[in-house]
Write a protein that binds this ligand. Sequence first.
Ligand code: ADP
Ligand code: MG
Length: 717
Amino acid sequence: ANFKATSQFATHLEGGGAASARSEFTKKNSIAEQRKLLPVFGVRDALLQVIRENVVIVVVGETGSGKTTQLTQYLYEDGYASGSHMIGCTQPRRVAAVSVAKRVSEEMGVQLGKEVGYSIRFEDMTDSSETRIKYMTDGILLRETLKDPTLDKYRVVIMDEAHERSLNTDVLFGIMKRVLRSRLDFKLIVTSATMNADKFSQFFANVPIFHIPGRTFPVDTLYSRTPCEDYVDAAVKQALNIHLGSPPGDILIFLTGREEIECCCFQLQERLERVAKASAEAAATSAADPKSAVSSVPPLLVLPMYSQLPSDLQAKIFQPAPKGSRKCIVATNVAETSLTVDGIYYVIDTGYQKYKVYSAKMGMDSLQVYPSSQAAANQRSGRAGRTGPGTCYRLYTEHAFFHEMLESTVPEIQRTNLAQVVLLLKSLDVDNLLEFDFMDSPPQDILVSSMFNLWVLGALDCSGTLTSLGVALSEFPLDPPLAKLLVTSVEMGCSLEVLTIVSMLSVPQVFFRPSDRQEESDAAREKFYVPESDHLTLLHTYMTWKNNGCSSSWCDKHFIHGKGMQKAREVRAQLLEIMRQQKQQIRSVSGEDWDVIRRCICKSYHQHASRQKGVGEYVHVSTGAQAHLHPTSALYGLGYSPDYVVYHEVVMTSKEYMNHVTAVEPAWLAEFAPLFFTIKTEGMTRAVIRAKEAEIQEFMESEMARKGRKKGGGIVG
Ligand code: ADP
Ligand code: MG
């Protein structure tokens, strides 16, 4: 049987058009061997049989059993990508979509972006005529339904990682029911780690559940005896203890985000060097020949893993550690189920994760650290038992596990801002959101509040119907306020500049600040500051970069991420293309009149208007919520604290900080948002903006809230 599978695979490769098949033969052969060792390989034929006999199936299997990398290939081998059809596979995480597509293209011996491709927001690595297996984020497929409601391009869609219950996957579930009703030649496969399978099956009227038999080893779970105060520090200590005192086997540490991960990696390296030095010194004093004495500390490969990490560094986690050394991966919960690394024997679980939660006080999402759930903790432990019996160190008490952790994480749809989803569903003619087939309905107050935000933007009218502005906004793969910034720029004649600003806001921070050269990098950044606006500072930076030939040496000299700038340029080109398709008049400001751009920002972001309360301290004009200028803001850096600002977003770290701020005139607020603001003159000179709270309240109660809360009402119905 083994032989048969190998030859089948080889013919299939040639059929797939692999040009360099022969030279790569040895590598491929070993990959083919690896494929056959995966648990899913043992049930390949049975699985394909169930798929042939059913329209929808749920596939359940332990993480690492081969669902994500193998299922698409099995379907391909079974002919599901014949003709011009595609096999689509959605992922909640961008990193996973990219990493898995790369792996599968290697396994099939084809060039990434040809037969096997991926598509994530602003990055399409597929070829319209050649791609047969397409990995993509769930958000991408959701947006594709706008243009192609029955997903005609796809013969099969695999909704992978369904147990994650990401917002977009959850919305896709409802949409898939529509697709299934209108297509006879379509198959849906829902895959999940070992949670929630029954729920998925029931949602599609009790479709079959296929279990991939697990092959896992026992994991010893050890709890901390006392709660730990600094979990990064505790994780570093635990990793060192394992490295210095436990048998071979790689280590996986779970933390919540980039900063923590970088800090942990840094500390780990540093302490390791210290221990190694001490050990070498001790060896030197006791050895007969001090010169030949070496440290007894074996090397430890410390590897970070988080979504913003450059992909060449991400790929490193999969490479085996050199003989005699050990690998320690420090990751976010992307390593919980999305990516599987073989050879992990030790897991260190800090018990926390970051996630987005809608804050009613701020009227927006905030990304914060929360205790993870029992289900997540169990998944994390499981990572230690894939290659052999392992150990999981939980840096929290057993009591905390049972009494302070939720059983499972609250689905995203029940805790985040739904503005983008509402916009999308309304564009798909789902008028009555309360009657949409959600697996778990969103809370009504978040739904109403999200619709209120859309009404404030002008995307919905007061009866809850999509306006023409709303239609225009839904065409951009952007948060509605950012899309509005682009639409507003057209009427104000500053689109070329605003396109740049929106693109720069859509890529990770381009300024970098290495911890050993902070002053130098801060000074470099200050040269780009435009006193009254962080948005204009971004524009200034981009324009200077372009004027310097987009050179990477220029970037290095100015502490700017060259890759981030390139990315911004690509994003800009894509957004420009959408505007061209909308046949918008795309103009540039005349001369240096950048005030027009600030007015444009004011008009699109008036819902984030804030008034100065103290130096660098602001309160939101309508909600009264407090927030501060961020230390990296140009306004902060130049000590300028205008009376009124609008901000792009609020981030919460040690306190609430406004990220990307622009100074605005009170008169502009009154001019652009007369429904929300009136201007009063205080004393002789100072104009003061007051929110028309009574009007807003009245509106909320008479229209939005009443209809929104009533089942089948106008706003939601
Ligand atoms: P599942 O989806 O069931 O969790 P996967 O298909 O993701 O399983 O993983 C199957 C195997 O492929 C695992 O052993 C994993 O380590 C391996 N694998 C996945 N991606 C890569 C990669 N980029 N490099 C090397 N091995 C990989
Ligand atoms: Mg998977």
